[in-house]
Design a binder for this molecule. Structure first.
Ligand SMILES: Cc1cc2nc3c(=O)[nH]c(=O)nc-3n(C[C@H](O)[C@H](O)[C@H](O)COP(=O)(O)OP(=O)(O)OC[C@H]3O[C@@H](n4cnc5c(N)ncnc54)[C@H](O)[C@@H]3O)c2cc1C
Length: 595
């Protein structure tokens, strides 16, 4: 196979794989270089947001993902309890919301969020990569180094088994090689922000059905006198994960053999049950964003660009939205539809989103301390312990320091004993915890955050309107320049489609009502722009929520974000030319034909 590609994608995790599939859908040829030979078998992400599902819907993957996903009844609530058999402390409803609220959530998108473990998602993505003619997936090869030149990038890749190397050439590179990104290090891009915690992740299978009868949910937080934990119900019974905090450098993965992990899980369950441990991994929770998302012809995406706590389930989803933002820009530049400068808007638009997602995820993480504080352990104690341990000189003997850490944590966890007690004190503590848990909604419900992303600068003409109320939990469609085009169902000659389906991939799209159609399609004449007409019942997509501010037309980019919200009293031709200029597109030039 010819080694010259439009794009080399480093990493076939969810972000790299999605990038390659989007690029191929635009007609670009890519090589995906992936160090592993098999998809990841240890589950990590599981919450796939509505926006991610919209993106996968564009490339025909939504149905397969939905088919594999957990049924709705598995997503009823996020649960907090002492142990699985012990008293419940509280719950945050997800699918268990009132019907009217579920209807409202479902009305804002042609699809909805899903719950699918990463170890099931990745094989599907890899198979699709293999089935896609424009994609050359090379597993067992890793990025080693590169040289960035005027016309393209030369990437040296190494066979992980034999050490054999070869050079690949491409016009651009997407580094989606995860949180420890080698490409990022080679580019000397730094990550700003702290390390928050170190965790052991135990992948196990067990039949927990009898304990989950009234406790259906994707996450169950446990609080026992022996420790804090989280059971992630990825795909019961075979894919369950238990997370245990640990304290390097005085503790390491070796301190958590299967027998120790099994003891932790049994304590969290609170009853005897058969457990098969499948794998044990350690991971580090950061709150960091790369200082640059683009260096020359190389773009960082996903965890390579931002790594933050999984509290809120934003990591994979933010990465998928990164590459959705980048794919059309790369395609347009490669095909000569837009100038190179369009590529600079990737960092301008996506870095603020990465920073916001990091801040939200940290706030969600800290919210967990409030629950623990309500149960009697001061939040500062939980928050400061990892930092204090990190400050202990490494040359001190490991064993006594480890004993000290265990002594301190055991002492602290003893306070959780009361939450299990049937006494009046126990009742009071549980009521206090329930009140705090009731306020944890924004941690898990993030439709507003997910669909409300708005680019304030980049390939956008600001409309000067204030941001709509930023409820992270529930999204209300309010049109804004830079925001995602609101969804509504539209009758077309192809049947019922979403407004999102009206958006062209090759040109900007002008959405207008019947009233403005004649004037605006005349203004768009000769410009490289497609015009879509909305019926009277579909005009909600122009709704700003501000009296007198609703635009008459919207100009929309291929990723469904609005470049400009325009009014009919302005010079239509000049406004449309400005919209084309801001995405670096010539007004009427024909696209170069890509060979
Ligand atoms: C416990 C836990 C729960 C989570 N839950 C959620 C959730 O519910 N929702 C959510 O959105 N996110 C969640 N996340 C975060 C999510 O897992 C990550 O954000 C996501 O995996 C990032 O995807 P990625 O493709 O950027 O990176 P990765 O998944 O890390 O993939 C990177 C790929 O690059 C490959 N690679 C690395 N180096 C090289 C190299 N030199 N050459 C070639 N290939 C290389 C790796 O083998 C890997 O396949 C969770 C994370 C954890 C730890």
């Amino acid at each position: 196979m010819d080694d010259t590609r439009d794009v080399i994608v480093v990493g076939a995790g969810p972000v790299g794989a999605t990038a390659a599939l989007l690029l191929a859908d635009y007609g670009l040829k890519c090589t995906v270089v992936e160090a592993r030979r098999e998809p990841q078998s240890h589950p990590a992400a599981h919450v796939l947001s509505t926006r991610s599902m919209e993106i996968w819907r564009e490339i025909g993957l939504e149905r397969d993902i939905r088919r594999l996903s957990a049924p709705m009844h598995e997503l009823r609530n996020v649960l907090y309890c002492t142990s699985l058999v012990g008293p419940e402390l509280g719950r945050v409803p997800l699918a268990d919301l009132p019907h009217a609220q579920i209807d409202a959530i479902e009305s804002v998108s042609p699809t909805r969020s899903a719950h699918l473990p990463q170890n099931v998602l990745e094989p599907l993505l890899w198979q699709t990569l293999r089935d896609t003619a424009r994609i050359d997936l090379r597993t067992g090869w890793q990025y080693s180094c590169h040289t960035d030149g005027a016309d393209g990038v030369s990437v040296t890749v190494t066979d992980v088994t034999t050490g054999a190397y070869r050079k690949l050439a491409a016009r651009y590179v997407i580094a989606a090689d995860g949180s420890a990104s080698t490409v990022r290090r080679a580019l000397r891009v730094t990550m700003d922000g702290p390390v928050l915690q170190h965790l052991i992740s135990v992948h196990f299978s067990a039949d927990l059905e009898r304990f989950r009868y009234r406790r259906r949910g994707p996450v169950i937080w446990t609080h026992t006198a022996k420790g804090l934990g989280a059971v992630i119900v990825h795909r019961p019974p075979q894919d369950l994960v238990f997370q245990i905090p640990y304290f390097p450098p005085f503790e390491s993965l070796e301190d958590f053999p299967a027998a120790v992990c099994r003891r932790h899980i049994l304590d969290a369950v609170g009853a005897d049950v058969d457990i098969e441990i499948k794998s044990i991994q350690s991971w580090t929770m950061h709150a960091q964003v790369a200082d640059r998302f683009r260096v020359g012809r190389i773009f960082l995406a996903g965890d390579a660009a931002h790594r933050f706590p999984p509290t809120g389930g934003l990591g994979l989803n933010t990465g998928v939205a990164d590459v959705h933002n980048l794919a059309w820009k790369l395609a347009w530049v490669v095909f000569g539809r837009a100038r190179e400068a369009l590529l600079d808007t990737y960092e301008q638009e996506r870095r603020p989103v990465g920073i916001a997602a990091t801040a939200d995820s940290v706030a969600n993480f800290e919210g967990l301390f409030e629950v623990v504080a309500a149960l009697g352990i001061p939040r500062q104690a939980v928050r400061l312990l990892p930092r204090s341990v990190a400050a202990i000189p490494e040359w001190l003997p490991r064993r006594p320091v480890r004993a000290l850490i265990r002594g301190l944590t055991t002492l602290a966890y003893q306070r959780l004993r009361l939450a299990n007690s049937p006494s009046r004190v126990g009742n009071r503590i549980r009521r206090r915890a329930a009140a705090v848990i009731a306020g944890q909604g924004p941690h898990y419900r993030s439709w507003g955050r997910d669909l409300g992303v708005r680019y304030q600068c980049g390939a956008v003409i600001a409309d000067g309107l204030p941001s709509p109320s930023n409820d992270p939990q529930f999204y209300s469609p309010r049109v804004r320049a830079g925001g995602r085009l609101p969804h509504c169902w539209v009758e077309s000659c192809d049947g019922r489609v979403s407004t999102l389906d009206l958006v062209s991939r090759d040109e900007l799209t002008l959405l207008t009502s019947a009233g403005g159609y004649t004037a605006w399609s005349a203004a768009a004449e000769g410009l490289s722009m497609s015009v879509a007409l909305l019926g009277d019942g579909e005009l909600g997509v122009f709704h700003t929520g501000i009296a007198g501010a609703d635009p008459d037309v919207l100009v929309v980019r291929p990723d469904g974000h609005i470049v400009a919200a325009l009014h009919s009293d302005r010079d239509g031709v000049a406004s449309l030319r400005r919209a084309l200029a801001v995405v670096g597109a010539p007004s009427s030039a024909k696209a170069l034909v890509h060979e």
